[in-house]
Every structure is written in structure tokens, then in C-alpha cells.
Design a protein around this ligand. Sequence first.
Ligand code: ATP
Ligand code: MG
Length: 480
Amino acid sequence: MSKLLLIDDEADVQYSFKRIFDSPEIELTTASSGEEGLKLIPKLKPDLVLMDLRMGGISGMETLRRIRQLDTKQLVILMTAYGTTQTAIEAMKLGAYDYLLKPFDVPKLKELVTNALKAARDMRQVVSYQPLLESEDYELGIVGRSAAMQQVFKLIGQVAGTDATALITGESGTGKELVARAIYHHSNRATQPFLAVNCAAIPEQLLESELFGHERGAFTGAVNQRIGKFEQCNGGTIFLDEIGDMTPPTQTKILRVLQSGTFERVGGNQPLKVDVRVIAATNKPLEQAVAARQFREDLFYRLNVVRIHIPPLRDRREDIPLLVNYFLSKQGKDQGRTPKSIAAAAVKALEKYHWPGNVRELENVIRRAHVIAKSEAILPGDLPPEVTGQGGSAASALPLGGAGDASSSDAAALARQMFQIAKRDPKLKVIPAVERELVIEALKETANNQVQAAKMLGITRATLRKRIEKFGIQREMKIE
Ligand SMILES: Nc1ncnc2c1ncn2[C@@H]1O[C@H](COP(=O)(O)OP(=O)(O)OP(=O)(O)O)[C@@H](O)[C@H]1O
Ligand SMILES: [Mg+2]
């Protein structure tokens, strides 16, 4: 449950907030003045404060200043009927998370509150990177005992105390965001804000203004001046997620901030200086984007000062039982009950599966199994069919009668199965992924005899060659 504190002297506003945020996930407390709000905050510890700028008694501005003195990380959204005034801008500079114009647009208000609550969670949730196993407070950790994860933990420890830029790479669902938060929580900036920006989720035209803000009139629709995340986050840490999706102009601006700490708001010409630590993440191979000239090489090197690569789950299967354990206890906690146990055969199936969606997929599978299992133990039958197939990959999970008598209906069954996998993990580009595996299998089977391999796959030798090149399997298969 999230705690909201509304500070506003207008009874009307208090009333409408009570209606808008009448939800079991939100506990709304109201205060009618800055003084009252300031008294409430230390006890209530709200996740988010929404406050009017103009009130009787001490002003919203002064209240904000005092809130920041109490807790630099307290998120505050300001509300004002005078959005264009310099006051609102100044308030943003004082560290408000955002501001909202009155009268409010309810969907926008809700969206803003949802985003702010997520930011609050990011800052509050302490992430421990100790491989904590016995301990009860498991709950907020990054789990992993494999050598690869130990290496990740070590790097987190080494980089956390510095202000170095870090680049976290790994497939979708491997835990990049978790690692970013762990770095933040163990850094000298842990008492300062942490803001996450998903560069892929924000439309291209808006990303630059989200990050750097804009001046009034900078573009159509820029009715007010806006303070970007870099300015809001001054002194803190910014997490640029999916950085591979950033356009070249934004890349250029990011490079400049990294080099000199300066930037201009969109449409502005006054250089602003900030002190922000950048942590970036991507699930795209940035080296390739650099080679294809889609990503600036100089920015890549600047980000890549410390590189933390999180290997896919299938390459560290020894972590699976541990993660299963962890997710079971988390699930038990969420459902307010003792966690269910799991049959050894089910763990075995989980260990064999190739996890295209990585830890996120494993977590979802456990969550679902915990809910649907009829007994106190999760059995193999409670797991999705693609997981319990007898092999480690989608291909060996195939329901064929025997190796010799495959038919087109078997292929159809397999395709349906793969489609289910693709549906659950849209980032898995299923057709190229399957094609690649097929080519590798056929080459292995025929000891790199391309004529035979092509025949087996039902394609021409020329097509096979093209695939070998396209998927870069020459080196893997030692093909000259
Ligand atoms: N080592 C781990 N221990 C415990 N939980 C983990 C671990 N790795 C990932 N998770 C959980 O898996 C989920 C996905 O992690 P996260 O969001 O950090 O992945 P990501 O790499 O950022 O994925 P994407 O590229 O899709 O954004 C989260 O719920 C996270 O808590
Ligand atoms: Mg992520």
C-alpha cells in the first residue's frame, strides 16, 4: 500500500482527492496547511506528498524547503493554478518531483501519481547485494551464488562507492534494474534522489525534454517551461534504461552532460550545470549499434567505464534452485501464508529449461504455479508445458514420437509451442531465434557439410550460407 499526503487548504480539493484515490492500494491523509503537513510527515512517512503552492500560513514553497531539510528524498508534487509563474519553476528546482496545473486532468493526475510512487519505491527499497540465503530478509535481495553473479556482486561493490558511470548489460529479465538500484543504495548518493527513465518507453520527441526540460514555447505544445529529470535529480543518480533506443541528438546531449555536467533545456540557450551520476542499461548489443553507426562511439566508451554484464539465466543454472526458493518465500509472503514447497522433479524441470525470459520468466512461472497448485507442494504438472518438456530447449521439448518419424503435424505442434513462448516474451524474436538454432543443429549433425545441412533444413545451399552469415555462426561452428 502506498501512502499519499495531500496538503491543501481547499476543502473541495481534499474532497475530490478522496474520491479519485479511493483505492485499497492507496492510503490518503490530508493536511490543511504547510505547518500541519510538516508535523505529519515524520510520523506518516508518506511515499508521496501532493501540495498546493498557495496556502494560508507558510507557503507551499517554504513548506517544500522544510520538507527537503527533513528528507532530501521525499517526493513532492506541487499543484498550482498559476503554472506559468516563475514560482512553480523555482519550486521544481528546489527538488519537487513534478508539478500539476489546477484544475487537474484526472487521468494525468493518476498517471503522475503512479509514476511518482514507482520512483518512491525505487528510492526506498533497499537492495542488498549480499548473497543472503539463510536470512529471513531475503525479501529485497539479488539472489545468486553462481560465479557469474558473484562477479556481478563484486563489481557492484567496487563501483558503488565511486561516481563512475556504469553500463549494465544483459538480456531482458536478467535483473539489470535490480543491479542499478543496488549500486544506488550502496553509493554515497544513497540519501539523494534516484530517478529512472525508460528511454524506450518515452516517444522520441519527448525524451529529450523529459531528460533536460524545455523552455516555454520551445515546440508546439510547450506551454510552460519544464524542468527535466537531470535538473530534478541534481546531486543524485539517474538510471537511463534501454539506452540503446536513444536517438542521436539525445545521445549527443547525454555525452555532453557526462563530460562537462552541462546542458541546455530544449529551446533554451543558457547552459545549466548539474552533478548527476548516470547508470545506464541496455538489452541490445551496443557494440553492434556502434558498428552500425546508430550509437555514438564516444558515448559508448564514456558509458562503458564500468561494465556489468549479467549473463542469461540458462548460463548460470546453478542459481535456479536458489531463485525458486526465494520466489516461493516471496509468493508466500505476498499471499500472507506459509510458502508452498516444490517437488524435486519440478525443480529439475526448471533447471533444464532454457528461460528465454530469464529471471522475470522464472518468477512468473513460480508465481503462477504457487497459485494454481492444488496441494501444498508444486508438482511438475503445475508448471507450463514448455517448461516440463523433457529437454533443455524448446526443440528437445518437442512432442515427437521418435527421432525417425517426424511429420508435418509434429512441426505444427512444435510451432504452436514456440508461439506460446514468443507470446510470453515479445522481445524474443522467435523466427530468427529458431532459424539460428536450426542452422546450428543441422551443421552439427552433418559435421559442417553445408550441402547435407541445407537439404535437411529444406532450403538451398545459398540460403543456408546467407543464414550462416546473417546469424554470425561462422566462428561458433568454426566455418571458414
Ligand atoms: N538475481 C535476482 N534475484 C532476485 N530477483 C531477480 C534477480 N534478477 C532479476 N530478478 C527479478 O526479475 C524481474 C526482472 O528484473 P529486472 O526488471 O531488473 O530485469 P531487466 O534486466 O531490467 O529486464 P528488462 O531488460 O526487460 O527491463 C524483477 O522482478 C526482479 O526483481
Ligand atoms: Mg529493465
